[in-house]
Design a protein around this ligand. Structure first.
Ligand code: GLN
Length: 492
């Protein structure tokens, strides 16, 4: 939320001629400049944003309606292609590369009157949970600059939490929208696989990747989701049915809604402060009339193992295209093969190399059945167990992250410790289901805790319905006069 308020309010004021898009964008650019030390942005497109804002103001003056995101500043994760504007994936290997086209989501945001103000920092190629794997250095968490903002969409989450942009887009392959949103105290939503076009999203693991919104309110997430979702013939995995308007679902309340707390994602390995917030969230839904119970999704315990075979396997194939010929960096050498090796050695960071090696190994003859093949079977079990859970419950609840934001360097020495950050989020990606992280008060050291609402495939409406109720319950609990991303008391 910028000082101008959430996206819904900004768009209403701009459409009604009460605020100029130019002043909104100027305010956003000023906030980005004054928070530069957070390193949330890789690129700021100030001139283009101001030019677009003037065009929107002209349209309003001419009696036209620029759309539901009129004048709303938007930050894009730097793996979403923008025509003629550097798209780096926070990697040296894409140095100097400018995409020749816009991603479909960029076209849709523009068509709705949104204004892109820049590209946000991330873990290199979206591999990581802390934004420490960026070739340009980490983003700092606005709630505590000594801590990580989460990842891999850390810059997008920080831009929201620091009131730079009311709307940011991230990508979520195993939790990269929801986990940073939780750690920064904002809302982050991963749509059903196929709901939002991946055309123009730089591929990490194509069977898991989805683009989604990071905002300060659930209503804004629903608004942005509706603007970017829907069929796209340029993405062969795109779902043909229209996504629909979510605004009706937001106020429906949760009376009679069946809410299941996932036992496997909310017990072992979850910090006490996070469990306490989950418990309080469940209680508040129950007090609003939801039927809350516990549910088992047994295969979820193997989710992380399956994810860390499937995602690297797909990444090893997707990243083969960075060969020193087609994109960005080239390190010259005597032969093409040597040039290829030298370019990839210099261009990729350690985590990306680790994933490529892991994935190549898991796919290699002799190991395919034991690793990749087995992981695919686990994926089927996750889907089956979710289907059983959704026979008894409308939505499921779990923590978003096992802990609050951790300190820089705390997990970089131990990849496994870092991977455990994704324990609660990867199951939704394996299943292709929608999930949203909603701020649910604060935990250790006053840092934000996020609670995740999950729903079956194409269940965005019921997911937003429960998420909006959860958000209202938090607001009711908040002490009068308090505000900001970490507001909410540690005790109910
Ligand atoms: N943190 C997870 C990983 O490192 C998820 C990343 C993502 O969703 N892009 O793979």
């Amino acid at each position: 939320m910028t000082a101008a308020g959430p996206a819904l309010a900004i768009a209403a004021a701009v459409r009604g001629g009460e605020r100029s898009a130019t002043s909104v964008v100027e305010e956003s650019l000023a906030a980005i400049a004054s928070g530069a030390e957070l390193a949330a942005f890789n690129t700021v497109t100030a001139e283009a944003a101001l030019a677009r804002a003037r065009r929107i103001d002209d349209a309003v003056a001419a009696g036209e309606d620029p759309g539901c995101l009129a004048g709303v500043p938007v930050a894009l994760k730097d793996n979403i292609c923008t025509r003629g504007v550097a798209t780096t994936c926070s990697s040296r290997i894409l140095e100097g590369w400018e995409p020749p086209y816009d991603a479909t989501v960029v076209g849709r945001l523009n068509a709705a009157g949104g204004i892109v103000v820049g590209k946000t920092n991330m873990d290199e190629f979206a591999m990581g949970s802390s934004t420490e794997n960026s070739a340009f250095g980490p983003t700092l968490n606005p709630c505590d600059p000594a801590r990580v903002p989460g990842g891999s969409s850390g810059g997008s989450a920080a831009a929201g939490a620091a009131a730079m942009t009311p709307v940011a887009l991230g990508s979520d392959t195993g939790g990269s929208i929801r986990q940073p949103a939780a750690l920064c105290g904002v809302v982050g939503m991963k749509p059903t696989y196929g709901r939002v076009s991946r055309y123009g999203l730089v591929a990490f693991a194509s069977s898991l990747d989805q683009i989604g919104p990071i905002t300060c309110t659930v209503a804004d997430a629903a608004l942005v989701y509706s603007a970017i979702a829907g069929h796209d013939p340029l993405d062969s995995t795109s779902i043909p049915e229209p996504a629909g308007d979510m605004s009706g679902a937001l106020g429906e309340g949760v009376a009679g809604l069946r809410v299941g707390i996932v036992a496997e994602l909310s017990g072992e390995g979850i910090d006490g402060d996070v469990s306490a917030r989950l418990g309080a969230a469940a209680e508040s839904l129950a007090s609003l009339g939801a039927e809350v119970g516990e549910v088992s999704v047994p295969a979820a315990v193997y989710g992380l193992s399956a994810y860390f075979l499937i995602a690297p396997a797909e990444a090893s194939s997707n990243l083969a295209r960075y060969d020193g010929v087609r994109y960005g960096l080239r390190v010259p050498a005597a032969t093409a093969a040597d040039m290829n090796v030298a370019t990839r050695t210099a261009g990729f960071g350690d985590e990306v190399k680790r994933r490529i090696m892991l994935g190549t190994f898991a796919l290699s003859a002799g190991y395919y059945d034991a690793y990749y093949g087995k992981a695919l079977k686990v994926r089927t079990l996750v889907l089956r167990d979710f289907a059983a859970a959704y026979e008894r419950f409308d939505v499921l609840l779990a923590p978003t992250s096992p802990t609050v934001a951790f300190r820089f360097g705390e997990r970089t020495g131990n990849p496994l410790a870092m991977y455990l950050s994704d324990a609660c989020t990867v199951a939704s990606n394996l299943a292709g289901h929608p999930a949203i992280s909603v701020p649910a008060g604060s935990g250790a050291d006053g840092l934000p805790v996020g609670v995740q609402v999950m729903a079956p495939a194409l269940g965005e409406a019921v997911m937003f319905r429960a998420a909006a109720a959860l958000e209202r319950a938090q607001a009711d609990r908040r002490p009068a006069g308090s505000g900001g991303a970490t507001a909410g008391s540690a005790s109910p």
